[in-house]
Design a protein around this ligand. Structure first.
Ligand code: SF4
Length: 213
């Protein structure tokens, strides 16, 4: 499933929707990720066949564009790069696809949901590539300190991942109109306050999401 949307707690292929008006379209580009988060559905592999975000093969840029060509971009509320993996593993393809979509609809809002480790993955600063292509970057902050973050994400880059993720948020700011960091509400008020302070210091927005089983 390359293009999908979220319905309740499930995922639905775009082709199965009766109406596409105001739909939030998710692009599933890769299952690769440097993390192995304790809460990630990637660990469980329990997705139903046919509704699966597991990719047999990563779609090429052409294949993704061909999927978009089946629809009217004007119907969409937003396009979000987010799947069962880290979209910025394929940063070059993400910005190429976003550029093509913006060419056909300049005001189409485009977001990336990311773990914020793109600069570690590519061993360079990728944030300038996002300029003019991406409207919102939403980074999973997860926790207010490096050790807890590492325990949760089990990033292959180790405990340095937390600082790199914060740096990524800071570096995105000149290039991306809206930089958001997210946590789930189950971490509790005290940790949410610490996360708010981190976001205030970085000059980005904190989003507290409700926890879903
Ligand atoms: S960063 Fe996202 S895709 Fe990667 S393991 Fe964590 S929750 Fe899953």
């Amino acid at each position: 499933m390359i293009l999908y949307t979220v319905v309740g707690n499930g995922y639905k292929d775009l082709s199965q929707l009766e109406s596409l008006e105001d739909v939030h379209v998710y692009v599933n580009l890769t299952n690769r990720c440097p993390c192995a988060c304790t809460f990630c559905l990637r660990q469980t592999k329990t997705m139903e066949e046919g509704h699966s975000l597991w990719l047999k093969e990563e779609p090429s840029v052409d294949e993704v564009i061909q999927e978009f060509q089946k629809y009217d971009l004007d119907d969409f509320a937003e396009v979000v790069f987010c799947g069962f993996g880290e979209p910025l593993e394929r940063v070059d393809d993400v910005v190429q696809i976003a550029g093509i979509l913006k060419h056909f609809r300049r005001d189409l809002p485009i977001r990336i949901n990311t773990n914020g480790l793109g600069n570690l993955i590519h061993e360079r600063d990728i944030t300038p590539q996002l300029k003019g292509r991406i409207d919102v970057v939403s980074i999973s902050l997860n926790a207010p300190d490096a050790n807890e973050y590492y325990e949760l994400t089990r990033s292959r880059f180790g405990v340095q991942s937390f600082e790199a993720m914060l740096d990524f948020a800071r570096l995105c700011r000149p290039y991306v109109p809206q930089v958001v960091m997210s946590v789930v509400d189950i971490i509790g008020e005290e940790k949410i306050k610490k996360c708010q302070k981190i976001c205030d210091d970085l000059g980005v927005t904190l989003r507290v999401r409700p926890f879903e089983e």
